[in-house]
Design a protein around this ligand. Structure first.
Ligand code: P5A
Length: 445
């Protein structure tokens, strides 16, 4: 993409309405625009990151054997009357009446609708296990929408639902989700800690929230700090192997880690004092096992191998896709702007032309631009006539992890400069070497 033809409305001033750094930086970097309280347009740069996060989520769900579909944002009220949640959900639910006076709602979650799909098409244990998910906009009329997209009213969620023959199979689905979520967050450059939590209006006794530690987080958390050093890394997990998946979950959940909703002072006191930490966290996901809470009232039953009709065991599993942008920025920025992890960056590298209009410099930039694209990378080429200082400031603000700087002086020696946004370190090399280095960095990201 050439910056001269892109739409990147960066702001020079710090917007006064933004209380936390991620909100400020998203506004300044021209990623989002507020349209109403808690409702945002996603401008091109923000939309690119949102798509990258979605792509990681889809890839990791596919790896776990989960199947994507797409349900609508509007739902008929009758489904929610069947489960008993239409009245229970309260003022967070946006209720709508159509021209035929039929009651609808803008979905805050999809347990009822997916259960309806399941009961319409599945009737035998032979079709289980089954996990369906989608990435779709949700609406919750939050009493206090704040921190930009972090607590929105309209927000993008990945929500998945498992259908299993019994509790053991459903707990395996729960564990599969935990591992696939850990892997997704790691690919986004985040450490998200599974913590015992409360289930709220979704239901069930088994639930974990995934928290990214941050001062600005809305949840108070209590944990053994050795949990922050755990990594899945490159290990290969066989998602069909119940014991192996359970062992990974055991590793990530055996140290004390709870939100204030389930915190237990006595159990916390057993954590060695040096490791006992109280802090704040951003909830970027939550998984639930709620047995037959929806399948029983809604008649989602299958015939088991003994010929009996039994309600299926279910759970639901959510990732806050749009909230993740805020969480990543909270975890990765400095006083000049965002620092995107390679896994989610909107462009792989910036190209800064220090002397726009100089034939040799322009040609070298064009060459780099073409060569990076030929390697499957997406560069953002600053081909504007801004002065160098302003170009660098924009690059730093929007946070591309790598920058290639091209100027007449370096070119005279056959060199360009490759700079890491994270460390600030620069290295001079030939344009070909810079392309090869970037291709290597992104190989396997
Ligand atoms: C699980 C999937 C559920 O709704 N039903 C379907 C279950 N869980 S949840 O914890 O309530 O939400 C899942 C994740 O969505 C994000 N989230 C939000 N993001 C931005 N703004 C909001 N107002 C908001 N509310 C929830 C969180 O990341 C949460 O973990």
């Amino acid at each position: 993409m050439r910056l001269s033809r892109y739409f990147l409305p960066v702001l020079k001033e710090t917007p006064s309405e933004a209380q936390i750094v991620s909100h400020r930086l998203m506004l300044r970097a021209g990623m989002i625009k507020q349209q109403a309280a808690g409702i945002y347009s996603w401008l091109p740069l923000g939309y690119r990151v949102l798509r990258r996060i979605e792509a990681i989520v889809h890839e990791e769900q596919a790896r776990a054997g989960h199947i994507p579909l797409l349900m609508p944002t509007l739902q008929p009220a009758d489904l929610w009357q069947e489960s008993g949640r239409y009245d229970a959900y309260g003022p967070e639910m946006l209720r709508i009446r159509d021209r035929h006076k039929r009651d609808l709602l803008y979905g805050p979650t999809n347990e009822e609708m997916i259960t309806d799909i399941f009961r319409s098409h599945v009737s035998s244990y032979k079709d289980l296990p089954l996990t369906l998910y989608h990435i779709q906009w949700k609406f919750r009329d939050e009493i206090r929408p704040r921190f930009g997209i972090m607590r929105g009213r309209e927000f993008l969620m990945k929500d998945g639902y498992n259908f299993d023959i019994d509790k053991d199979a459903a707990l395996h689905a729960y564990n599969r989700h935990m591992v696939s979520y850990l892997r997704s967050y790691e690919r986004m450059g985040l450490t998200a800690i599974p913590m015992r939590a409360a289930s709220g209006p979704i239901g069930g006794d088994n639930t974990h929230e995934f928290l990214v530690l941050a001062q600005t987080g809305e949840s108070e958390v209590f944990y053994d700090d050795r949990v922050t050093g755990l990594k899945l890394g490159a290990r290969d997990v066989d998602y069909d192997d119940r014991d192996q998946v359970a062992a990974v979950c055991g590793e990530f959940t055996s140290l004390y880690a709870r939100t204030d909703e389930t915190h237990d002072e006595a159990a916390f006191a057993d954590v060695p004092e040096a490791h006992r930490k109280v802090g704040r966290g951003i909830e970027v996901g939550q998984i639930f096992y709620f047995a037959t809470k929806y399948s029983e009232p809604m008649g989602a039953v299958v015939v088991n191998d003994k010929g009996e009709r039994v309600p299926v065991h279910m759970g639901s599993h959510g990732i806050g896709v749009s909230r993740l942008l805020g969480a990543i920025i909270e975890a990765s920025h400095d006083d000049r702007g965002i620092i995107w992890p390679e896994g989610v960056t909107p462009f792989h590298a910036g190209i800064v032309n220090l002397r726009q209009g100089d034939a040799a410099t322009d040609a070298a930039c064009e060459g780099l631009y073409g060569a990076l694209k030929a390697r499957g990378l997406e560069p953002l080429y600053d081909d504007t006539s801004e002065r160098a200082g302003a170009k660098f400031a924009t690059q730093d603000l929007i946070g591309l992890p790598w920058r290639v700087t091209v100027g007449p002086r370096g070119l005279a020696a056959g060199k360009v400069e490759l700079t890491s946004r994270r460390t600030g370190e620069s290295e001079e090399m030939s344009p070909e070497a810079a392309v090869a280095r970037l291709a290597e960095i992104y190989d396997g990201v």
